[in-house]
Design a protein around this ligand. Structure first.
Ligand code: G3P
Length: 477
């Protein structure tokens, strides 16, 4: 069948050993868009064995050659950008414009990883800088591969967040087994296909497909896994870290990114950033603005400005490049509605009328949110923006730091000194001053504190995370 896809194991497109297929339903129209393999544990075993075997010679492949494979894969992605972005649109209802930009951004990322990864150098250390030692040894420090890396990307960037794990892992000499997300599975296979078409040796890139609920535990606790790079929800991330045991983990989990708007902020520019930050891809981004803390003096103007801008957002289908498109699942829409209702029952005021049709949720703003409401703490991962009016910056800082999550934050103020001193106090991995939270550009460091994750991503940081330090000490006799 045309729309039936295979998984990639040891350089071959294979069918599930249990002969089971899964259907993927498009969030755009709830129709089956693709059919894919439900891999068994035995299929996963084959992938891990292939990866482990291939890794030994891949790590010995010269760096310039590894870089060439990556660059070739990046070119292939660009050549097929229309097909791949169409697939992203079908699978996760991201609008065509953003889907295309995801593919191009990914090709750029892979190229950048190749460029950065090729410029590796080590360190030489002598003992005599430490008290009581003389120059009778030479310590050679360099970085080596971890082995087989299990890459688990999320649905919201099935190409880009997959490549941000795979490319640094490959560049550092690791082989990978990718667990494709259930929404976005085919886009992920397209990415693997680009490496396959680039001629990467068999077994270096493998992809298993299937339900996370059936395969997940088996994969993360597999004895052949040497490291895991996971992006997804906090509760799943915590389970991964418990089951994985003592191996390196790179976890990028949930976020409750805030925008703190001070009374001296440029309101028009803050409004533009907050609307873009909260509603791009329907708020289905870890870095979406998920709560606003605004000083009482400017709250009314900010809320009115946000209302005006939000009402201009188009709602519809991704193929028409609508700003707001159907959410990835019906259950996401239901969850968001529950958060909305809980807040309304506890006294929040709706700024724009609530509207929902199945998994299409119109952009919504809640004013006068307080800390007794679920939406003040939980992550809607959808187009719902809560606003908390605060009397002081201290109150905002306290609330931000009270959150279990600590991914990113934004501060809007015309006083840089004041903004910097608040930034210092916020317990988040990144703070943006006068701009919306965002992961990119993809070479910037990206890290969540607290329940938002473990380790840093970003080109250089991921190259480091996908390798370990090895030292060789030469003793002079
Ligand atoms: O995992 C990060 C992703 O959800 C957000 O990425 O590039 O939209 O800030 P970005």
């Amino acid at each position: 069948q045309d729309n039936t896809y295979f998984f990639l194991c040891n350089g071959e497109w294979s069918a599930s050993s249990q002969g089971k297929l899964l259907k993927e339903y498009s969030p755009c129209d709830a129709q089956v868009c693709y059919t894919y393999q439900s891999c068994s544990n035995e299929n996963a075993d084959r992938c891990f064995h292939a990866a482990a075997t291939a890794q030994a010679s891949w790590a010995k492949t010269p760096l310039w050659k590894r870089a060439e494979y990556l660059k070739k894969a990046a070119k292939i992605l660009v050549n097929y950008k229309d097909e791949i972005s169409q697939c992203i649109v079908n699978e996760i209802a991201k609008n065509t414009r953003s889907a295309l930009s995801e593919v191009v951004r990914t090709a750029d990322l892979i190229e950048y990883v190749a460029e950065q990864g090729i410029r590796q150098s080590g360190e030489l250390m002598y003992p005599d800088s430490f008290p009581g030692h003389v120059r009778n040894q030479l310590c050679l420090v360099h970085r080596v591969a971890l082995g087989v890396v299990l890459c688990i990307p999320p649905f919201n960037y099935p190409i880009n967040l997959c490549a941000s794990k795979v490319a640094p892992a490959l560049m550092m000499g690791n082989s990978v087994v990718i667990k494709a997300p259930s929404h976005g599975v085919i886009s992920c296979l397209y990415l693997a296909s680009a490496f396959h078409m680039a001629g990467i040796p068999r077994g270096v890139v493998n992809v298993v497909t299937g339900k996370g609920s059936e395969l997940g535990d088996y994969l993360v606790s597999h004895p052949l896994v040497d490291a895991i790079s996971f992006t997804g929800g906090t509760s799943t991330g915590k389970k991964v870290s418990t089951k994985a045991g003592m191996i390196p983990l790179q976890l990028e989990l949930g976020g409750k990114d805030c925008a703190i708007v001070l009374e001296d902020a440029d309101l028009q520019s803050s409004i533009r950033s907050i609307v873009s930050g909260a509603f791009s891809y329907n708020g289905q981004r870890c870095t979406a603005v998920k709560i606003v803390y605004v000083m009482e003096q400017v709250a009314e103007d900010l809320v009115n400005g946000l209302k005006e801008q939000v009402q201009k957002l188009s709602v519809g289908y991704p193929q028409d490049n609508a700003d707001i498109t159907p959410l990835v699942s019906q259950s996401s829409a239901e969850y968001i509605e529950k958060l909305f209702q809980d807040a309304i029952q506890k006294g929040a005021k709706q700024v724009v009328p609530w509207k929902r049709k199945d998994n299409l949720v119109w952009p919504s703003i809640l004013d006068h949110v307080n800390q007794h409401m679920r939406v003040a703490w939980e992550e809607p991962f959808g187009p719902l923006l809560p606003i908390v009016r605060v009397e002081s910056e201290t109150q905002a800082i306290e609330m931000v730091n009270k959150s279990d999550m600590g991914l990113q934050a934004s501060i809007f103020s015309s006083n840089m000194e004041r903004a910097m001193s608040i930034a210092d106090l916020l317990q988040t991995g990144t703070v943006h001053l006068n701009g919306q939270p965002a992961r990119g550009p993809d070479h910037f460091p990206f890290q969540g504190w607290k329940d938002s994750g473990i380790g840093s991503q970003g080109v250089l940081y991921s190259l480091q995370a996908m390798s370990k330090v090895k030292s060789i000490v030469v003793h002079f006799t």
